[in-house]
Design a protein around this ligand. Structure first.
Ligand SMILES: O=C(O)CCC(=O)C(=O)O
Ligand SMILES: [Fe+2]
Length: 540
């Protein structure tokens, strides 16, 4: 059978399930073959509902289930199928195992640590005075080159530039699409223009990026690669999106706006429920000398260009990369970071205080931090490539941003080595895993249950207190994570990250990750053995 699968709506008696088709009528013969004996339901309108007596040796295909108000949309393995029948037998019993009382003490301690982490803006913006010759732009196709001075261009010149550009596309679900309800603007590729403005040579890259903080950034140099020239006429806009990661070392974008007369076209940046509206047009109007306005932001910052009300808005966009710098000269003193995030000192001090406190995790334990930023994850080249031992997120430790890098540095300073994990929520059972997994990668949607695959490859069960009632054999918690900052997005399917970008890119996706830190008992915090899960309480 193809198309929509039926919905399982009720479990009436131990071995009877009621099933509703997602659309159309039920082909009853199909059910009896697959999961059990079909029996018409006299109480329901004909053709809409069926009862099925389940045999002992059921094999589940892909089902959409709704049991006791909970929806489950995933491949149903024999294990969860038997859980369904079992659940209806024991419905009155409490499905959640009894739990120890919350460990309030450790919660209070980690809350004090979390409170030292201050807001670290994921962008940096301003205006910058540049030499007059920087405003010259040559553009055009083949022999029809034109010249324009972007510091004093008139409307006709800007219309000509606008017309010379191509309509701008954007990436949606692995395709480059042209859709003027989403992005109404013009762009020009670097092969068709030459601008005297050079963000690197003018020092703008250093100014803008020096204020964004990274992991081990003193070992790195920032490279700005010119990406596009964008021209927005009256009525142009670009709806919210994140810039597509083009390579694992791309960490952000730089937008430079020229002082062409325009109104509107504000750049809106959003990250973690915070929003910032940058009105470049107004900033530039206030300057008495020719300036550009700029914003450098991390790639996982959602941004949008509001409608241009009048005039023409001209921008250059750059992709920002981290490149390895020269090896530090061992004879010189170890380089000092120019900029330390404000919270680094407070956090470091609180951390030392906690690690020295004999009442803090007296047997050791595992701390978890939700990362504030997303990072580009290289997508595997072929299906099913998973490893039980290799943590595919380790290379990302070098490019952590902002507070994520700050937390990593603080632990490393105490000789404690955090690592990265993705947290999954499978029907209320939370696990951490060292790789990404989605249908077509690791799991075969028809036969395999993601849970089974992840356990086989070494996923660690960290929480079961929200487990759905149909887990027959509730997996035991193997390691309790005390969350300093709680994960907000548990991963279900990686593919959802690819939805919108400014260009198609299939090799890297953004993923949500957590920094996990195993700390030893007082006096030996550096030992990182996994601790008995009865310690501490998970706080997802
Ligand atoms: O032109 C701008 O201000 C931003 C353009 C942008 O977001 C992009 O090209 O991805
Ligand atoms: Fe963008």
């Amino acid at each position: 059978a193809g198309g929509d699968w039926p919905t399982l709506v009720n479990a009436t008696s131990p071995l009877t399930l009621a099933v509703e088709p997602a659309c159309g009528s039920i082909d009853a013969s199909n059910f009896s073959e697959i999961i059990g004996q079909h029996r018409p339901d006299e109480s329901a309108e004909s053709g809409t509902r069926s009862l099925i007596d389940i045999g002992d040796d059921v094999l589940g295909p892909l089902w959409r289930l709704e049991i006791a108000g909970r929806r489950m949309e995933r491949p149903l393995s024999p294990r969860s199928m038997s859980a369904v029948t079992l659940e209806s037998e024991t419905r009155s019993a409490s499905p959640v195992p009894s739990r120890e009382p919350e460990d309030e003490h450790v919660n209070v301690q980690v809350e004090a640590l979390a409170a030292t982490i201050e807001y670290d803006p994921p962008f940096y913006s301003g205006t910058m005075k540049v030499p007059p010759e920087s405003f010259t732009l040559f553009y055009g196709h083949e022999k029809n080159a034109q010249r324009i001075n972007l510091a004093n261009a008139d409307e006709d010149e800007l219309v000509h530039l606008f017309d010379a550009c191509d309509p701008a596309t954007f990436g949606r679900n692995k395709e480059n699409v042209f859709d003027e309800t989403y992005r109404k603007a013009r762009k020009m590729d670097t092969s068709n223009f030459q601008c005297a403005f050079d963000a690197e040579r003018l020092g703008l890259v250093n100014i803008a990026c020096g204020n964004l903080t990274f992991g081990e950034s003193w070992l790195k140099i920032v490279k700005a690669e010119l990406y596009k020239l964008n021209v927005y006429g009256p009525g142009s806009f670009f709806k919210p999106h994140k810039d597509t990661p083009r390579g694992k070392d791309m960490f952000g974008s730089l937008v430079v706006t020229f002082p062409t007369v325009h109104e509107g076209g504000e750049l809106v940046l959003r990250h973690k429920e915070k929003e910032e509206v940058l009105n470049f047009a107004a900033w530039l109007r206030e300057e008495s000398e020719p300036c550009v306005a700029y914003a450098a932001f991390f790639s996982d910052v959602e941004h949008e260009v509001l409608e241009v009300k009048s005039g023409y808005r001209v921008t250059l966009t750059y992709n920002l990369y981290l490149e390895d710098g020269p090896e530090p000269d061992p004879r010189l003193p170890f380089p000092v970071r120019a900029l330390v995030p404000r919270s680094e000192q407070q956090f470091g001090e609180m951390l030392v205080k906690l690690l020295d406190d004999p009442t803090f995790l007296p047997e050791g334990g595992t701390l978890g931090f939700d990362l504030e930023h997303q990072y580009p994850i290289e997508t595997p080249r072929f299906e099913g490539w998973l490893s039980a031992s290799k943590n595919r997120f380790t290379p990302l430790l070098r490019i952590l941003k902002g507070n994520d890098a700050m937390v990593l540095r603080a632990f490393r300073h105490q000789s404690i080595q955090p690592f990265l994990m993705a947290v999954y929520d499978l029907d209320g059972v939370k696990m951490m895993f060292h790789d990404f997994l989605y249908i077509g990668r690791g799991i075969d949607s028809y036969h395999e249950d993601p849970f089974d695959v992840m356990v086989e490859y070494g996923a660690i069960i960290i929480d079961n207190k929200d487990a759905a009632i149909y887990w027959a054999n509730l997996p035991e918690v193997e390691e309790t994570v005390v969350w300093v900052t709680k994960p907000t997005n548990a991963n279900q399917r990686l593919s959802t990250y690819a939805a919108f970008g400014n260009e198609v890119e299939q090799n890297h996706l953004y993923g949500d990750l957590c920094l996990i830190v195993r700390v030893g008992p007082p006096g030996n915090r550096q030992s990182s053995k996994r601790v008995d899960p009865k310690w501490g309480r998970g706080r997802i």
